[in-house]
Design a protein around this ligand. Structure first.
Ligand SMILES: Cc1ncc(COP(=O)(O)O)c(C=O)c1O
Length: 398
């Protein structure tokens, strides 16, 4: 028996691999500050946990409707109306086992060999792999630090071909933290409007983690003409610190939602019934902790971005949201470590920083090098220490 061609087209998630490596080093007693993981360090709010416990006690422990209970779909509809001004009927909503599953369902349900999907880079690691698993081709468009890590309408226009099926838009972005304003989205949307065969996968997973008064917007909201060819994707993982509960969801045209449900009915079936009840509480309960947590992330962003920009050879645009910083490290390539190793790539730099006690993820994983992703979802004290270690290690380079 050998593995399938579809499986051979993908690689294991590099970010999950780094988290596993850090956990292993820490278990072995190494003093490593893990800035590799893509999850908030905050706990799931108590009222969400209580709702899950109540669901267990009430016997909500059985199979549910495949793509979400009526209660969860109602809660998701409420969330889209309240936060995004978007109206979706229950048959226009799907709930899945995390946002990654939403992506998987949408791509596998729609892509054919030869199809193209436009993926702005730096990108979240799963986009190209899931697209390739589905047999299609990711077309990566590099939006580097010089353009604030944002795709321009001209770049988009030039990349669309008759084979383009989807444009992936992720704002705020993993791994850069860049977020598109309503005007920027409108300008991209105008390009998509001119190409009626192109759909938009709007990944809004970090919607609630934005800074400096940034006003979050999503493309279906600012370009109503695109509503019938946009899948607006979100989830509980990041905003509600519920990464382990595995609830992602989306709103979009009924035929697409139905197609995704068909795939889900023959793979995972329903998301965990208890997690669905918890998600109802998260989406419909008191939302006032969201800006409080965003404010805590903003202070951490200021701390780490300040520390990174103080390092000679690093250049880090200020993220508008999410909890990642993505310094361009071109200025450190070609330098030599105290024990005589030459830093040829961002992976070499990340390996050197790991020896200095800080774990990051090389930019190569996200399609734009030389750079690295720093996740600042950790305590101020650890971030300050990580900043000192990075500064010390980089200053020691010859
Ligand atoms: C941009 C983006 N979208 C979607 C997801 C999926 O999140 P989950 O599958 O944990 O709900 C992530 C997680 O890292 C992400 O960074």
């Amino acid at each position: 028996m050998k593995t399938s061609a579809a499986l051979d087209r993908i690689s294991p998630s590099p970010t999950l691999a780094i988290s596993a490596r850090v956990a292993e080093l820490q278990r072995a007693g190494a003093d490593v500050i893990g800035l590799g993981a893509g999850e908030p360090d905050f706990d799931t709010p108590d009222f969400v946990k209580e709702a899950a416990i109540a669901a267990i006690r009430a016997g909500k422990t059985k199979y549910t409707q495949v793509d979400g209970t009526p209660e969860l779909k109602e809660a998701i509809a409420l969330k889209f109306r309240r936060d995004n001004g978007l109206e979706f009927r229950p048959d226009e909503i799907t709930a899945n086992v995390g946002g990654k599953h939403t992506l998987f369902n949408a791509m596998v349900a729609t892509l054919e060999p030869g199809d193209e999907v436009i993926v702005p880079a730096p990108y979240w690691v799963s986009y190209p792999d899931v697209i390739q698993f589905a047999g299609a081709r990711p077309v990566t468009l590099v939006a580097g630090a010089d353009q604030g890590y944002k795709l321009t309408p001209e770049q988009l226009d030039a990349a669309i071909t008759p084979r383009t099926k989807w444009l992936i838009l992720n704002s705020p972005s993993n791994p850069t933290g860049a977020a598109y304003s309503a005007d920027e989205l409108r300008a991209l949307g105008e390009v998509v409007e001119r190409h009626p065969h192109v759909w938009v996968f709007a990944d809004d997973m970090y919607e609630h983690i934005v800074y400096d008064g940034f006003r979050f917007a999503t493309i279906a909201e600012v370009c109503p003409a695109l509503r019938d060819r946009t899948l607006t994707v979100n989830g509980c993982s990041k905003a509600y610190a519920m990464t382990g509960w595995r609830i992602g969801f989306a709103g979009g045209p009924a035929w697409l939602i139905k197609a995704m449900g068909k795939l889900q009915s023959q793979s995972t079936s329903n998301p965990c019934s208890i997690a669905q009840a918890a998600a109802v509480a998260a989406l419909t309960g008191d939302q006032s902790f969201l800006p409080e947590r965003a404010a805590a992330f903003q202070a951490r962003r200021n701390l780490i971005v300040g520390a990174l920009n103080a390092v000679e050879g690093m250049r880090c645009p200020t993220p508008e949201g999410a909890f990642y910083a993505y310094p361009d490290v071109s200025g450190l390539i070609g330098r030599t470590t105290p024990d005589g190793r030459r830093i040829e790539t961002d992976a070499d730099l990340v390996a050197y920083l790991l020896d200095a006690g800080v774990a990051a993820v090389p930019g190569a994983a996200f399609g734009v090098s030389p750079a690295m992703r720093i996740s600042y979802a950790t305590s101020d004290a650890l971030l300050a220490e990580a900043g000192r270690r990075i500064a010390g290690a980089c200053a020691a380079l010859g």
